[in-house]
Write a protein that binds this ligand. Sequence first.
Ligand SMILES: Cc1ncc(COP(=O)(O)O)c(C=O)c1O
Length: 505
Amino acid sequence: MSAHEQPATDMSPEEFRRQGYQVVDWIADYLAHPERYPVLARTEPGVLRRALPAEPPAQGEPMAAILADFTRHIIPGITHWNHPAFFAYFAISGSAAGILGELLSAALNVNGMLWKTSPAATELEEVALDWLRQMVGLPPQFGIIMDTASVASLCAIAAAREAAGDAVRRDGMAGGPRLRLYTSEQAHSSIEKAAITLGLGQQGVRKIPVDAEFQMDPAALAQAITEDRRAGWRPFCVVATVGTTSTTSVDPVPAIAEVCAREGLWLHVDGAYAGMAAVASEFRWALNGCERADSVVINPHKWLFTPIDCSAFYCRHAAVLRRAFSLVPEYLRTAEAEQAAVRDFMDYGIQLGRRFRALKLWMVIRYFGGEGLAARIREHIRLGHLFASWVDAHPDFERLAPTPFSVVCFRARPTDLPVGPEEERDAYFDALNQRLLDAVNATGRAYLSHTRLRGRFALRLAVGNLRTTEAHVQTAWDLLQEHAARLHAAGRGGAQEKAEAPWKG
Ligand SMILES: Cc1ncc(COP(=O)(O)O)c(C=O)c1O
């Protein structure tokens, strides 16, 4: 690439305007037709790396050439989370309002570490998080935006450890009491990762069994705490989940809060996905009991149409969180006279530098309004329940978990198998469903993911994208039925030739 004329500073405003219009046009076209792409990227490991020069360019290149490479090389390697038939993990979408917010925050490029490093960034964060808190029905409390729920939960557990005393902040963990945290066996891996990171170790996490509906058993929790105290552990924190990752089950937070109050333990609630359901009044129950939690995290980047990343972390003990994290070097000191009037967000978490994430969240909330957001969440739940009803009505499919929100766990389970040991039938169903998942995803017309429930391979269909309609859910269902029938017939065909049960084929 030959050198081209560039101003000595940055791109000229005229060129920015020209390129910017092109980029916005590209985005508008993309969002209008994400279905022209396969949902799951059709690529192989290393394709992009090989397509790009190994060495950085010594001379600047024209933006037009860079953007051409974006569409030529980058886009084919993208899995399209914006595709309305993206049903994997927790489906998300960055709404247009949120994208515009990201653009403006990139343009301002402020660092909101202190109030004074951009007062509006801090105050908008306070306002937007307070709006969101009201929308989901949490009581007034401190709120801060973190990048992810993983980091928010880590900070919550650090605050819980601080609240337990023991001068861990000063002395570290060595030689102190053996601290233990409790969470259900269905909790997200971020909780255990936080424990590893904070030096509690995996031994410092006790996983509490769940009931038939995948919800933490509060009696088992109480018993575990008693046993641990006798064995010399120091229980300090319980993490309940509102919307577990596999099945979206909701732990009984009121009963867990009762145990925590009795035992003097910090209660953190991970509501990364399902906390947002509470925006719709008939799903307010999802956060029942959370008014008693010491901290709660909910994720606008999961189910509130805010571009990733944006996680809302609420804490009823801002002073404890501050005690856990505040460490102020002289050059960042806020004048004493100002300290009482302002919040320096760097004091409440790990990072110093902070993006202006509140702008996109504020714009999303304003653009849709509380009722608009609730209507979209309600529709996603309707679609999830509709899909669940199709599964329930089909003789060769079964649901593997309740469907409280917009995620359905299910599997193909053909009924025409010869009688045989349950484990062998399950092994056949596991293999069949794995092949079914791969086959449906390979069509590029829908993308689902999986989990394992009580040892069984389960398919997961998650509705959460703004553009998903009933037609997209129907397409996924048609594909699932068609490929399940084909794969099962092939399995049975092979089995008949060998005159054996298909799971032996
Ligand atoms: C229940 C739950 N908690 C936490 C997380 C982690 O979220 P993040 O990617 O924001 O760290 C997830 C991710 O799916 C989740 O399902």
